[in-house]
Design a protein around this ligand. Structure first.
Ligand code: FMN
Ligand code: ATP
Length: 306
């Protein structure tokens, strides 16, 4: 996938132009996929290159909520859908553009023959552009506009915002249904206090980077990929009240009962499946160990059934 990080013309290998899916696409949920797959299919049928036009926000930006996906994982998911060109300027570069400037800019830089978006797509300064205006502006240019119907979950449109809310409430099945895949993290394994290992429940510690959306604090059934193998696992996300009194220290700790080995320096994928319970402040470390073992048994039973 060719990645262009500013608003500048794409270098295309052939004359067929592009079909461009437009939007922020955080999470690559089922609605996003419908828009992107629409562009990929159109491109295949018309001898064009499938493209995505999106934009980058600073990590501390509040504009699109907290991140569901890292830039790398977003790229990998979009590439896996068959997208060949990825145009991703900083938001500042496009913030003040009128809807007309925005559309003419994309059509020119992407050599676009078709533009794809969802029904809730907005563009241009103050989000003034609508899908109707997009069609009006594109008609004289001979550029086709395809507005994809909103993908629904429980009779309401899916959005990245709804997925964030589901995660905040610990409703993993809803988040996963809207994502069309398990909610997952892939962060580097950090050194912890080493207490888990002493207790016989070693954990990988992963830290959510600033600006990322965290699920509700508590204990989850997860599975973890090491190499090419998926292992049932149990994850505790939060402040570890039994062993830590600093409320600002939040960790995501995963115990993988059927694996032993050194995972420091790796970034295993941890997929979330179900919220079990809130974390507790236990009086003894034996009780903490029993809680972690219990969650691990639940995880193994969950995947044994699946
Ligand atoms: C499945 C699971 C559940 C956990 N539940 C709790 C909990 O209820 N209360 C708590 O204080 N810590 C909980 N933790 C975090 C443990 O305190 C932590 O993993 C342990 O102290 C080891 O930390 P270390 O990796 O820094 O050595 C949980 C961890 C896991 C993996
Ligand atoms: N449920 C959906 N069905 C189809 N297309 C969608 C859906 N949700 C968003 N889109 C489209 O996907 C593209 C990217 O959407 P974008 O990430 O900007 O918004 P979103 O998913 O609604 O998230 P947010 O809640 O942050 O607004 C846009 O073209 C948008 O219209």
């Amino acid at each position: 996938m060719q990645i262009v990080s500013s608003l500048s013309p794409l270098a295309l290998e052939h004359e067929g132009g592009t079909a461009v899916a437009m939007g922020y696409f955080d999470g690559i949920h089922i609605g996003h996929r419908a828009v992107i797959e629409g562009a990929v299919e159109w491109a295949k049928a018309h001898g064009a290159a499938p493209a995505v036009f999106t934009f980058k926000l600073p990590a501390d930006s509040k504009m699109k909520g907290r991140r569901l996906l890292s830039t790398e994982d977003k790229h990998a998911l979009i590439a896996s859908l068959g997208v060949e060109c990825y145009l991703c300027p900083e938001f500042e570069e496009i913030r003040a553009m009128t809807p007309e400037q925005f559309v003419y800019g994309i059509v020119q830089d992407c050599h676009a023959r078709a533009l794809f978006c969802g029904e809730n797509f907005t563009f241009g300064a103050k989000a003034a552009g609508t899908p109707e205006l997009l069609k009006e502006l594109c008609a004289p240019l001979g550029v086709e506009v395809v507005v994809v119907p909103m993908a629904q979950f429980e009779e309401k449109p899916v959005s990245s915002t709804r997925i964030r809310t589901a995660l905040e409430g610990g409703d993993v099945p809803a988040a996963n249904a809207m994502l069309g895949m398990p909610y997952a993290i892939r962060f580097a394994v950090q050194h912890g206090a080493g207490l888990g290992r002493t207790l016989g429940v070693p954990t990988i510690n992963q830290i959510y980077p600033a600006g990322f959306q965290m699920p509700r604090y508590g204990i989850y059934i997860t599975r973890t990929r090491i190499g090419d193998t998926w292992y049932p696992s149990a994850t505790g996300l939060g402040t570890r009240p039994t062993v830590n009194s600093d409320e600002t220290k939040v960790t995501c700790e995963t115990f993988i009962p059927d694996f032993s080995g050194d995972l420091y320096g790796t970034d295993p994928v941890v997929e979330f499946y179900a919220y079990l319970s809130p974390s507790k402040k236990f009086d003894t470390l034996d009780e903490l160990k029993a809680c972690i073992d219990h969650a691990a048994r639940r995880a193994k039973a969950y995947f044994a059934k699946a």
